[in-house]
Design a protein around this ligand. Structure first.
Ligand SMILES: Nc1ncnc2c1ncn2[C@@H]1O[C@H](COP(=O)(O)OP(=O)(O)OP(=O)(O)O)[C@@H](O)[C@H]1O
Length: 319
């Protein structure tokens, strides 16, 4: 995966000036030939929010971020950042970004590329601080084209945080990073959010969305399928998890599969794992079969299971 960093040039209004929406999409549509990548998308992001953008492959996440940053024009609808066009907001140095396309400048050292990006930013952080925060002080003298994939990713992280941006946009930022780099990365993003900065990140790591984001947007086929806290998304998926053990002789696969309100069924030996839209009724029906479930557990879905349930339901509706 290749990534690039949006640069910053002109002087900007002071940070913290934002009171309205940081990002506003109104009925935005984008097609590539016959493929509708973004389909009537409307949303507003507010100062200080940390927002995860989730969706299966091809859901339109990268296209949405490209439109947001003005890298592609929308076919219809309006995209505004801080009440201005994306181009104006980026020129004013209000936005930092790590994207999936493009490459880093080659034949320069890590320190040089970071120093250049700091020099272009209207409100830069000190170069050594940017290097240290991204965990790349020890490789600052190395040529950019000699870096490993994970090291490159950390350099992009440094470039996206070279100055005080009001909005930070990240497309799958931690792909290729090791565990320590990921932790350092998210610690920095939390600091930014605590300072009132808005962070929007697309990810396939649902555990990151669950742990980091205070708002989760689920996209499917270019449309917004769900928008809320991780807890709200889990609740929206509706189903609950049920798990229990049965004694060997009690496993009657047909009867178990026919339990009411099931959305998913799995059995591993004597352990049965179900998802149900009405856990109370399903558990009642288990007892009504004359079974004696042991180690019975009923719990809400994790974000990952909720995401799968929501996007599968959307697929089923569409077909
Ligand atoms: N430049 C392009 N030309 C043609 N089709 C494109 C182009 N860019 C994206 N698409 C199509 O638009 C749809 C949305 O793609 P997009 O990259 O925005 O999705 P995504 O959610 O970021 O996917 P992934 O998780 O796989 O990165 C896909 O069907 C994709 O094939």
């Amino acid at each position: 995966m290749k990534t690039t960093t949006a640069t910053h040039t002109a002087a900007a209004p002071g940070p913290g000036a934002t009171t309205g929406s940081v990002v506003s999409f109104q009925n935005v549509t984008k097609s590539y030939g016959a493929v509708r990548a973004v389909d009537g998308l409307s949303l507003d992001l507010h100062p200080g929010e940390t927002v995860a953008l989730l969706g299966p492959n091809g859901a339109g996440k990268s296209s949405t971020l490209d439109l947001l940053l003005g890298l592609r024009p929308a076919d219809s609808g309006s995209v505004r950042l801080f009440g201005t066009t994306p181009r104006e907001a980026i020129a004013a140095g209000r936005v930092g970004a790590m994207l999936q396309t493009g490459g880093l400048m080659e034949e320069v050292t890590v320190r040089e590329i970071v120093a250049l990006t700091c020099a272009l930013h209207p409100r830069p952080y000190p170069v050594e601080e940017v290097l240290s925060r991204a965990g790349i002080s020890d490789i600052a003298g190395r040529l950019v084209n000699k870096l490993s994939g994970g090291q490159e990713q950390r350099v992009r992280f440094a470039l996206a945080t070279a100055g005080d941006n009001e909005l930070i946009v990240l497309d799958e930022p931690t792909t290729g990073m090791d565990v320590t780099s990921r932790q350092a990365f998210w610690a920095t993003m939390r600091e930014q959010a605590a300072r009132g900065r808005t962070v929007l990140f697309a990810t396939h790591y649902l555990e990151e969305a669950d742990a980091i984001a205070d708002r989760v947007l689920v996209l499917s086929k270019g449309r917004l399928l769900a928008d809320g806290t991780a807890a709200e998304i889990k609740a929206k998926a509706g189903a609950r998890r049920i798990a229990f053990d049965l004694a060997d002789g009690q496993v009657d696969e047909r009867a178990l599969r026919a339990l009411p309100h099931l959305t998913s069924y799995e059995r591993h030996g004597e352990t049965v794992k179900l998802q149900s839209r009405d856990a109370d009724a399903t558990v009642h029906a288990v007892y009504a079969l004359g079974l004696y479930p042991r180690n019975l557990e009923v719990a809400g879905l994790g974000l990952e299971q909720a995401f799968i349930a929501l996007t599968e339901a959307e697929e089923a509706n569409a077909s």
